[in-house]
Design a protein around this ligand. Structure first.
Ligand code: ADP
Ligand code: ZN
Length: 218
């Protein structure tokens, strides 16, 4: 299955992607994670992306598209993949159509996660992740089971994203509404658009997505 998760920052895409990856055996492709890794490694791509990401702006379409295009050719994507954070503009969506068409493929489902702005701010400001394995946590909504210890790998090191503050979030939200939300219309026209209520608990959203994927798969 090839799935895409669509929604503003903090909607819960990364959280749900981690579950889908495990339960459906398809790999999660987060362009945000790939770009942050490039920034940390100081690669050419990372240097181009760094300041744009820090200010909450989008990186150029060609840059992310070339990353995704190479990534979906890798063997672990043969079984399907889950796009998290790409495409983010109509230009990227058109580029993705070309990438898929060249392989005779299509997206099976685009899943929009709907969450109110006030809730997005709460989720983003309390978000942190494991410094070792990347597992996601939240000060209020998803604390590690044992304080200061990652549930997945036992690490005691955690990190917070530089752009996860209220000020940068406002720019990221503006970018989402301006550049990304038009994709809802694009995929509605294509006929593979589905929406889920992202305001519920992590488990409730998980169940709604799972029921949707079961329905599409059968
Ligand atoms: P995105 O990938 O869409 O930016 P995340 O999955 O990182 O969003 O979620 C943002 C924060 O909100 C995380 O800290 C996560 O633990 C928390 N979160 C995700 N989904 C929910 C939910 N349904 N209810 C409460 N908190 C959530
Ligand atoms: Zn961990």
């Amino acid at each position: 299955m090839r799935i895409m998760l669509l929604g503003p920052p903090g909607a819960g895409k990364g959280t749900q992607a981690a579950t889908i990856e495990k339960s459906r055996q398809i790999v999660q492709l987060s362009t945000g994670d790939m770009l942050r890794a490039a920034v940390a490694a100081g690669t050419e791509v990372g240097l181009q992306a760094k300041s744009l990401m820090e200010s909450g702006s989008l990186v150029p379409d060609e840059l992310v598209t070339s990353i995704v295009s190479a990534r979906v050719d890798e063997p672990d994507c043969a079984n399907g993949y889950l796009l998290d954070g790409y495409p983010r503009t109509l230009g990227q969506a058109a580029a993705l159509e070309d990438i898929l068409a060249a392989k005779g493929q299509a997206l099976d489902a685009v899943i929009e996660m709907k969450v109110d702005d006030d809730q997005l701010v709460k989720r983003i400001v309390g978000r942190f992740s494991c410094g070792k394995c990347g597992a996601g946590y939240h000060d209020e909504f998803k604390k590690p089971k044992v304080e200061n210890t990652c549930d997945e790998c036992g690490s005691n090191e955690f990190k917070r994203r530089a752009d996860d503050n209220e000020e940068t979030l406002r720019s990221r939200l503006m970018a989402y509404y301006k550049e990304t939300s038009p994709l809802i219309g694009f995929y509605t026209c294509k006929g593979n658009m589905h929406s889920v209520d992202g305001m519920g608990s992590i488990e409730a959203v998980q169940q709604e997505i799972s029921a949707l994927l079961d329905k599409l798969g059968s």
